[in-house]
Design a protein around this ligand. Structure first.
Ligand code: SAJ
Length: 418
């Protein structure tokens, strides 16, 4: 039995690696030759705790091999990106290409599992694309039971930073196009999942993933809206949330400088674009979270104005931006509100900006400017007139209070609770 994982990114590579660690024969497929080469050397192209050593082990033991050309296998797991296009509609082209890639090597009895976050109906669509490419095989559809190929939707749910643990321990929702597709997928996940595997239909499983991330987005939006309300009411939002959360049925999340990453800031739009008349709360939450970086930029501009009223010229005002990643203690800058804010400040501020980001070595392209430098924490704090905390990295939580003297502090994460 061979297992194939299509797409070797943040989900596909850990999944392929965990399968291979169970001594299963795994072929990883990716369109990028450089990713394939990196993996075949036993290395990884993504930063994720515990992944490096595991990839090294399974590649050297011969259980995981990467290639750009799909090969026959008994199970294919598709874990390719589903970004959104202009107008917030989902872009399914990576799933369609994955389908076109594997179609020629499919054989009777194969199981295909889609793990990519997808709008409702995508698994059926996948079945349709495959049926077009392989008229010699029968593919499942909701009304029919028997088919040569089985297809299921099983969303990934792992948290970046805890992927290896959560891949094994999280419960899984399994949505086969037919009950026998679900049973086949269930048998597959039992190779490595210790959480419960619960069967439903494909549409429910697709919506379940979107609902999970929308739930989190709506809850973070509540915290972000509260932070803006409290600011104009002169109330410390961090204290307020701590107090409100003492109530046994209240659990408010933490405000921040915005919501980033490639999931929570994207997936709710899949619901909104398919249900524009009903998804009002979900849309509003997205808008609140997307407005937060602009609000933070306004706060920095107000601080700059306050310093100029004290007699400084804007060119002499030095800003320290603490953190660029989309959440604490990772190196991932994708859809990062902190990066967005730092970029906007780079374009607007005439004085110098020091960036402190312990998880990257060089500034991303959009921050390359004569007035911006990457700095260590202590010198950035010493020289700054304004300190803007964007990400609650552990390094920043441990800052000595003596380093925060006369600078203006803008703390978007409640690390200093101001
Ligand atoms: N954030 C806040 N306040 C909070 C919590 C988070 O501002 O109280 C911000 C973070 O700083 C970050 C963003 O939200 O910018 C998203 O971070 P996250 O840790 O909530 O989630 P992700 O994007 O790393 O992973 C999410 C997870 N989904 C849920 O928790 C419902 C994960 O389980 C999913 O597998 C993942 O999306 C995905 O791939 O869909």
């Amino acid at each position: 039995n061979k297992f194939s994982v299509i797409g070797l990114g943040y989900i596909g590579l850990p999944t392929a690696t965990i399968l291979a660690s169970r001594k299963l024969d795994v072929i990883g497929v990716d369109v990028s030759a450089s990713i394939v080469d990196t993996i075949n050397q036993g290395n990884t192209h993504i930063v994720e705790p515990d992944l490096d050593a595991l990839v090294h082990e399974v590649v050297h033991n011969g259980y995981l091999r990467a290639t750009t050309t799909p090969e026959p296998a008994s199970v294919f797991v598709i874990a390719v990106p589903t970004p959104f296009k202009h107008g917030h509609t989902p872009d399914l082209s990576y799933i369609q290409s994955a389908a076109e890639m594997i179609a020629p090597v499919l054989a009777k009895g194969n199981l295909i599992i889609l793990e990519s976050t997808s709008p409702v109906g995508t698994t059926e669509q996948l079945s349709g694309w495959l049926a077009q490419a392989r008229p010699d095989l029968s593919f499942p559809h909701q009304s029919g039971e028997t088919s040569d190929i089985r297809i299921a939707y099983c969303p990934e749910r792992v948290l970046p930073g805890k992927i290896i643990h959560e891949l094994v321990n999280n419960d899984r929702v399994i949505g086969g196009i037919t009950p026998s597709c679900s049973q086949a997928a269930m048998a597959f996940y039992h190779h490595f999942v210790q959480g419960q595997c619960i069967v439903t239909n494909a549409r429910t499983a697709e919506m379940c993933k979107l609902a999970e991330n929308s739930f989190r987005d709506v809850n973070i939006a509540f915290a972000n809206e509260l932070s803006m309300i409290c600011d104009s009411q002169d109330i410390n939002v961090w204290e307020l949330i701590r107090l409100a959360n003492l109530h046994p049925r209240v659990n408010i999340l933490q405000p921040g400088c915005g919501v980033g990453g490639h999931c929570i800031a994207v997936d709710p739009w899949f619901i909104v674009s398919a249900n524009p008349d009903e998804a009002n709360l979900i849309r509003a939450a997205r808008e609140v979270n997307d407005s937060k970086p602009g609000w933070v930029i306004d706060k920095v501009e107000q601080a700059i104005t306050a310093l100029t009223h004290q007699g400084m010229t804007q060119k002499d005002i030095r800003i320290a931006c603490l953190g660029l990643s989309f959440k604490p203690d990772i190196d991932d800058l994708r859809e990062s509100p902190a990066l967005h804010i730092a970029t906007a400040l780079t374009q607007r501020h005439t004085g110098s900006i020091s960036i402190v980001e312990p998880h990257i070595d060089a500034l991303p392209e959009q921050l390359q400017s004569d007035s911006v430098n990457i700095s260590n924490l202590e010198s950035a704090l010493n020289q700054a007139h304004i300190i803007l905390l964007l990400v609650d990295h552990t390094l920043f939580k441990n800052i000595q209070p003596s380093l925060l003297n006369n600078q203006l502090l803008i703390d978007t994460r409640g690390v200093w609770e101001i």
